[in-house]
Design a protein around this ligand. Structure first.
Ligand code: HEC
Ligand code: HEC
Ligand code: HEC
Ligand code: HEC
Length: 379
């Protein structure tokens, strides 16, 4: 056995067989052979990877989500002015609370000590995921709050102006044309907003933090290797949920079923993407590598189950990408390329699927009893 083959061993999935099974599942054209299908799908992937980036998936650089530029952070007070309800909900979440609680937590002190950090709040790596940083007067970065609006929706300096322009000073939100609204959302995304119109843009942030893609932090620091049971529907529709727009502020509504279906699938795809990214950076046979490689293996299995029910070209593309290379050490370039392809499929899936054809997966959707309310849930 070669030194780098060990991950195949701990990952019980046979590489070829599930893929072949997925390819046998016909998608749009029943007369196509699986061979032809593969070609069509690979061609589509190539189109995304090679051409027309502007309207297609965001590039790898655009996907670097953990590092929100502190020079472009405005702070949640800016959002509060128009989104008071969402702001109040946020104040009840672990994302908000971590700003007050983390540095006092004995486990946090222990992890920081293992990492050789003198301060949890200043500099160092804890700030990437537990806080929002802004550039202070003297030019250095300062943690101003916990995981905030901009941690998920993107640092706002470049998109806030277009976000609040309904088509001129005379136009109010209620009188904005549908066309302008569409234009405004496109512009806001182009300017860096993670607009939930495309769920992938936000999901990638959740997974970037919740997979904890930092080998040293996990293997040496003793930090948990990600939220292993993270699932986008359950984790976004509980304590974190802040859906007030559709009821004009009257209620905090769970998203409609069609949207939850898309969210569920986008969550699985994004989980695979970020677990692949983490596996790509693993350098040693430790907890970090094992947990992430297993995460890929489990989630792509899940994706095959989904594909068997919904038969969707984009999912087949993602399945093929996720099986394209070995889950092993010293395989960074190929694993990152696979992650890139899965991410591209996730973006396009979120962009183009409205959930009406995904009824077959309803049995997979977690019900309200599974929605996450954090460790301190009362009821
Ligand atoms: C001047 C008021 C105003 C400010 C400030 C503001 N928003 Fe909004 N935002 C709105 C309005 C109005 C809508 C609903 C637009 C619609 O119905 O299409 C909205 C919608 C949204 C949406 C839903 C997607 C969309 O584009 O419709 C998100 C997400 C959002 N805002 C996030 C934020 C965040 C984060 C901040 C702070 C950085 C912020 N907003 C600041 C007025 C504002
Ligand atoms: C890459 C993102 C990331 C970084 C960097 C990070 N954390 Fe975390 N941390 C998380 C996430 C996500 C959770 C929540 C896990 C859950 O509840 O499923 C968490 C939870 C925790 C917890 C509570 C769970 C426990 O193990 O008791 C502590 C304590 C903690 N982090 C400390 C730290 C410290 C200290 C640092 C800096 C040395 C740090 N974290 C850096 C993402 C991160
Ligand atoms: C943990 C990540 C996260 C944080 C923090 C966060 N959001 Fe969101 N936001 C989301 C997600 C995910 C959605 C889409 C949810 C859905 O469709 O069910 C969303 C949707 C929205 C929407 C549109 C939903 C609607 O119908 O009303 C607005 C407006 C919004 N966010 C504003 C904010 C503001 C303001 C803050 C800070 C007070 C904030 N968000 C903090 C993840 C986040
Ligand atoms: C910037 C990093 C970051 C992002 C982005 C992020 N989270 Fe978190 N999340 C954390 C950390 C850190 C904790 C743990 C906080 C603590 O307990 O101190 C956490 C905790 C949670 C919890 C509570 C966990 C529990 O015990 O039940 C939920 C639910 C959650 N996140 C959902 C989400 C969802 C959904 C998204 C995306 C829409 C998201 N998070 C995006 C870092 C992040």
């Amino acid at each position: 056995m070669q030194a780098t083959d060990w991950l195949h061993e701990i990952v019980p999935t046979l590489l070829a067989e599930p893929l072949r099974r997925a390819q046998r599942v016909r998608t749009t054209d029943d007369s196509m052979t699986s061979q032809q299908l593969t070609c069509v799908c690979l061609a589509t992937v190539a189109a995304v990877v090679c051409g027309s980036r502007a309207s297609a998936a965001p590039t790898a650089e655009e996907r670097r989500t953990l590092e929100q530029d502190p020079a472009k952070i405005l702070g949640s007070d800016t959002c509060m002015k128009c989104h008071g309800n969402a702001f109040e909900v946020w104040k009840g979440t672990p994302h908000y609370a971590t700003f007050r609680t983390l540095h006092r937590d004995p486990r946090a002190k222990e992890i920081a000590h293992n990492m050789g950090l003198r301060s949890i709040k200043r500099g160092g790596i804890c700030t990437d995921c537990h806080y929002t940083s802004q550039v202070a007067q003297a030019g250095q970065h300062r943690a101003i709050e916990g995981i905030s609006c901009e941690s998920c929706h993107g640092a706002a300096k470049d998109w806030i102006a277009v976000h609040r322009d309904y088509g001129g000073l005379q136009v109010r939100q209620e009188t904005e044309t549908a066309e302008h609204k569409r234009w405004r959302r496109e512009q806001s995304i182009a300017a860096g907003m993670n607009n939930p119109t495309n769920l992938y843009l936000i999901a990638r942030n959740c997974y970037d933090c919740h997979t904890v893609p930092n080998e040293k932090l996990v293997n040496i620091g003793g930090h948990q290797a990600g939220s292993l049971d993270f699932e986008l529907v359950a984790w976004s529709q509980g304590a974190v949920r802040h859906n007030f727009l559709r009821t004009h502020g009257q209620a905090n509504a769970v998203s409609e079923t069609e949207r939850l279906r898309v969210m569920y699938v986008v969550g699985v795809l994004t989980d695979i993407e970020y677990a692949l990214r983490a596996t790509a950076t693993a350098t040693q046979r430790g907890k970090f590598a094992v947990v992430n490689a297993n995460r890929v293996a489990n989630m792509r299995q899940k994706l095959i189950e989904i594909q068997a029910l919904v038969k969707d070209d984009l999912l087949l593309e993602a399945i093929e990408a996720s099986y394209a290379t070995g889950l092993k050490l010293d395989n960074k370039a190929a694993l990152l390329e696979a992650a890139e392809r899965v991410g591209a499929a996730a973006y396009r899936f979120a962009e183009s699927r409205d959930g009406t054809k995904l009824e077959a997966i309803d049995a997979f959707l977690p019900g309200p009893e599974a929605y996450r309310y954090g460790r301190n849930r009362k009821d």
